[in-house]
Ligand binder design. Structure first.
Ligand SMILES: [Zn+2]
Length: 264
């Protein structure tokens, strides 16, 4: 099909989904699949990704071949009920793999429910019957599973006869740890702390579960705030120690800055 930029769709995938794809659908032999979830009021943003086993046949084997894969309806329903609906999310589509370089959706007799496009349309029709405002079936195809999988993202809509090729945006986590020089220097800082304040390190490690739980309650997503809370705790501890034994210590704020990494 020709790709007209005027009708282009942009599908965003949340941070971490590329990595999950790489170790599941993007790693297994075709055909395998994963369920995509997200909010229907933001229908082009995939926030959830769940690889699933194909349906089993009567012999307990996956109903999966290099030509087709049968989705596991009960598993999908269970996932929908436990991980998507309770969080205001819904099913947005299915990623599946194809052999070789076949990166388009397979056809099939309209209305048969067999073949990629008919079965995707059937899902959209079923959602419409239930009154679900789900109009875009996001259907990425994975080719060349292995070290360098390729993904082509399609959107199937009932009001459009053919699948729409979409632009995929794979978001990157802004909280990805920098595993370069930073982590080495952090380890040096921790070692310094162990050398200068073994008592403090030991005491904190003993209470690390309590600390972590406390910090999470305080809003662990906000690292600044977590750091601040931890600093307050450390400050109090250092002051208490100082009052009790008057040890030679490093300034508490420096200690506080160093000890944050191992707790997250
Ligand atoms: Zn297919």
């Amino acid at each position: 099909m020709s790709f007209s930029p005027a009708t282009s769709y942009k599908i965003r995938y949340a941070p971490g989904i590329w990595e999950k794809m790489c170790v599941s659908v993007g790693a297994f032999d075709p055909e395998h699949y994963a369920i995509l979830g997200g909010r229907l009021d933001d229908p082009f943003y995939v926030t959830d990704f769940m690889p699933m086993p194909p349906l089993l046949d009567s012999g307990g084997n996956y109903r999966s071949s290099s030509a087709a894969v049968t989705l596991n309806g009960p598993f999908i329903e269970y996932y929908l009920n436990t991980c998507l609906l309770p969080f205001g999310k819904y099913f947005l589509g299915v990623m599946h793999s194809h052999p070789g370089g076949m990166n388009s959706l397979s056809g099939g007799t309209p209305g048969s429910g067999h073949g990629d496009i008919p079965s995707m349309r059937a899902h959209l029709e079923a959602a419409a019957r239930y009154g679900e405002p789900w109009h875009n079936f996001i259907a990425p195809i994975v080719n060349y599973p292995g070290p360098s999988p390729q993904v082509t993202t399609w959107v199937v809509r009932l009001d459009t006869p053919r699948p729409i090729l979409a632009e995929a945006i794979w978001e990157i986590s802004h909280q990805a740890p920098d595993v370069g020089a930073t982590s080495v220097s952090k380890i040096d800082e921790i070692l310094d702390l162990v050398r200068y304040r073994p008592d403090l390190v030991r005491a904190l490690l003993q209470k690390s579960d309590v600390l972590k739980a406390f910090l999470r309650r305080r809003n662990a997503r906000n690292e600044d705030e977590s750091g601040h809370v931890l600093q307050q705790i450390l400050k109090r501890r250092v002051q208490t120690n100082k009052a009790a034994t008057q040890p030679e210590i490093m300034p508490s704020t420096e200690n506080a800055g160093m000890i944050i990494p191992p707790f997250f």
